[in-house]
Design a protein around this ligand. Structure first.
Ligand code: P6P
Length: 324
């Protein structure tokens, strides 16, 4: 069932959520409120990002995260802000974040939902003023309400997501999400402090002429991927790679294209995280008519075994992903 196109572009996020609440797989007010909590946190991050250079909070915070990556100060700020918003919103009992090794228990043990989040992906781009993004994935908990959430709540598999989305902090700030019946995009109007429906029914073009990968690693890629990229170049397709998954994915969603993060010597199982990068982006891609695989199976069919496991990712226009 497609998003209710009766809602005109220009509708606010709140009105949209209320209007479509009946179409959510779980027609409860809690999911609506949870989406609002995420939107609120993203508005705060938007503000932090846009004044980062002035507030001297860019650059490395000096601390590292489970990924062994140097955390940028805005990474830390974004993580704190989303965790606080989800805790205070009351609809989430637990969170896993790229920035934290273990499950974050919110204390809302009566809440029905858990969230997997990459609070600020592509953060190495912060200091060079390139687009970055937040990626989130929402599950209905499987552990009993009133108990402490467990890993099982997060290891249900990609097809158990009840909602997923991203916020792209780019030339404008855009919230894109799905609740399982199509994909909608909302542009942040800072003068109103509101997200406004700007893309009522986002559809991934079947074919595309853009490929996104880090060509510097091409000698590490599987021969099949090297051959695919060679064919792309023979056809003079356009190479575009921002180094920010959300930005590359979104451009390919609008224009058609494929993003590839194949196995490399440095990341033999792929670099991207399954639970809070690949699953949510794959849910969105499939809901928009696109495709996402790890080269062997659909991303959403991968059986998860650990909270921060990595995956290979090929995602975007169906005909391009099928050809890899
Ligand atoms: P590389 C950012 O760190 C990220 O997770 C994605 O947003 C991005 O597409 C990729 O990694 C960039 O990785 O190895 O090409 O720098």
């Amino acid at each position: 069932e497609r998003p209710d196109l009766a809602l005109p572009v220009g509708t606010t996020l709140d009105r949209y959520i209320l209007h479509r609440q009946s179409a959510f797989r779980y027609a409860t007010g809690e999911l609506s409120q949870l989406l609002r909590d995420i939107a609120l946190a993203s508005k705060i991050i938007h503000r932090e990002i846009n004044r980062a250079g002035l507030m001297d909070i860019t650059g490395s915070a000096g601390s590292g995260n489970i990924q062994g990556e140097t955390q940028q100060k805005l990474d830390v700020v974004a993580n704190i802000r989303f965790i606080r918003a989800l805790k205070n919103g009351g609809e989430v009992c637990a969170i896993i974040s790229e920035e934290d090794d273990d499950i974050i228990h919110t204390g809302n043990s009566q809440a029905k939902y858990v969230v997997a989040i990459d609070p600020l992906d592509g953060s190495s781009n912060i200091d060079v003023n390139v687009s970055i993004g937040t990626i989130f994935s929402i599950y209905r908990r499987v552990s009993p309400v009133g108990t402490e959430a467990t890993e099982a709540d997060f290891l249900q598999g990609g097809r158990q997501q009840i909602a997923a989305g991203y916020i792209l902090y780019g030339s404008s700030t855009l919230l894109v999400f799905t609740t399982g019946s199509g994909v909608s995009g909302f542009t942040y109007d800072i003068s109103l402090g509101e997200y406004i429906l700007s893309h009522a029914d986002l559809r991934q073009p079947e074919a595309g002429f853009i490929f996104s990968c880090n060509d510097g690693n091409v000698d590490d890629y599987p021969v099949s991927v090297q051959r695919y990229l060679f064919r792309c170049k023979q056809q003079r397709l356009t190479g575009r790679y921002i180094g920010s998954l959300v930005a590359d994915f979104h451009r390919n969603l609008i224009k058609g294209g494929i993003y590839l993060y194949p196995p490399t010597l440095k990341a033999p199982a792929g670099k991207l995280r399954l639970l809070y990068e690949c699953y949510p982006m794959a849910f969105i891609a499939e809901q928009a008519g696109g495709k996402a695989t790890n080269g062997l199976q659909p991303i959403l069919d991968i059986v998860p075994v650990s909270l921060h496991q990595r995956s290979v990712l090929y995602i975007g226009s169906r005909t391009m992903v099928e050809e890899v």
